[in-house]
Design a protein around this ligand. Structure first.
Ligand SMILES: NC(=O)CC[C@H](N)C(=O)O
Length: 333
């Protein structure tokens, strides 16, 4: 696709290490979410070679403090900005800890085919070899590219373009922390040019039926972690607190310790929707395995990791509590 006019990109900031500051250029200690939009933009003058840029702060937090409320604010703001004729794409700067969840939430709740790209950094702005400035530049290159249209929400980090559904944070501190263990990247950015290899096949953005425009909160869904000799206490606590859904970060192919299984079966029979995911980091929690989902009324998360399964279950519960319909969402998105 040839582009004749200059792109117009809105950069929305939310905090994270990309806006972080430390005392030392080589030490590890720093505080995230310290720099404002102008400082982020001034660090990368080359952004203006890529597109006409506007900047706006949405929140300023470490993404470990991300909340459903901020997600709803972001989705509504992005939908409004992308509805403007004078904006071609959006870059969101974000902490890396929950970047994959925010990207996935937006992939399902933004209704535009214009590019939406999240980026961040593993090293604060004050560090030697800070990765934020080049990540921000590469994100803007991607958001400004006509080739990026209709690929849903993306994460651009470390020269690599990932699809929101596929990407996960795999390393606590390395700049190559983001990976897509099941399906690989969508593309790469080098020398100011983005090259795509493929398109996300499952439903998203324009074909997503989830609409949060009228919502000010989301259904409560918790995650419980599976391990040897584990306890049903967290499941029972969520049920007691009135949670509508529970995602089990299971063993292997979504297996569940017998004590926890009893608690989850009771929860499921009481109408709490239970999704079976895996702590294994790659592979699908398949629909036929050691656990009989049909018998217990459970839902298989397939390739979605626990934190992403939680997001889809929250959105599914805004539409229905029917187990089969929710399983169908997991097969569709
Ligand atoms: N590398 C990072 O961005 C981590 C900083 C912070 N914990 C956050 O996720 O916002």
């Amino acid at each position: 696709m040839q582009k004749t006019e200059r792109s117009r990109i809105a950069i929305l900031t939310t905090g994270g290490t990309i806006a972080g500051e430390g005392q030392s250029q080589t030490g590890g200690a720093y505080t995230s979410a310290k720099l404002g939009v102008q400082q982020l933009l001034e660090a990368v003058p080359e952004l203006h070679d890529v597109a006409d840029i506007t900047g706006e702060e949405v929140v300023s937090i470490g993404s470990q403090d991300m909340s459903d409320e901020v997600w709803l604010t972001l989705a509504k703001r992005i939908n409004a900005v992308l509805a403007q004729d004078d904006i071609d794409g959006i870059v969101i700067t974000h902490g890396t800890d929950t970047m994959e969840e925010t990207a996935w939430f937006l992939h399902l709740t933004v209704h535009s085919n214009k590019p939406v790209v999240l980026t961040g950094a593993m090293r604060p702005a004050t560090a030697r070899s800070a990765d934020g400035p080049l990540n921000l530049y590469n994100a803007a290159v991607t958001a400004a590219s006509p080739e990026a249209v209709d690929r849903g929400v993306m994460v651009v980090m470390n020269d690599t373009v990932f699809g929101a559904r596929d990407v996960t944070k795999m390393h606590t501190s390395g700049v190559d922390t983001f990976q897509a263990p099941n399906f690989g990247p969508l593309g790469y950015v080098h020398d100011g040019i983005v090259t795509f290899q493929r398109r996300p096949e499952m439903h998203h953005t324009m074909t997503s039926e989830f609409d949060v425009s009228g919502l000010d909160k989301l259904p409560q869904v918790g995650i419980v972690f599976g391990y040897s000799n584990c306890s049903p206490l967290p499941v029972n606590a969520y049920v007691g607190a009135g949670y509508q859904g529970i995602v089990h970060a299971g063993l292997g192919n979504g297996n569940i310790h017998c004590d926890v299984l009893d608690a989850l079966v009771n929860a499921s029979r009481d109408g709490v929707r239970v999704v079976r995911s895996s702590r294994a980091n790659s592979g699908s929690t398949t629909m036929a395995g050691e656990v009989d989902d049909e018998q217990y009324g459970f839902i298989a998360s397939l390739h979605l990791n626990p934190q992403k399964a939680r997001v889809l279950l929250q959105l599914a519960l805004t539409k229905t509590t029917d187990r089969d319909a929710i399983q169908n969402y997991f097969l569709t998105y």
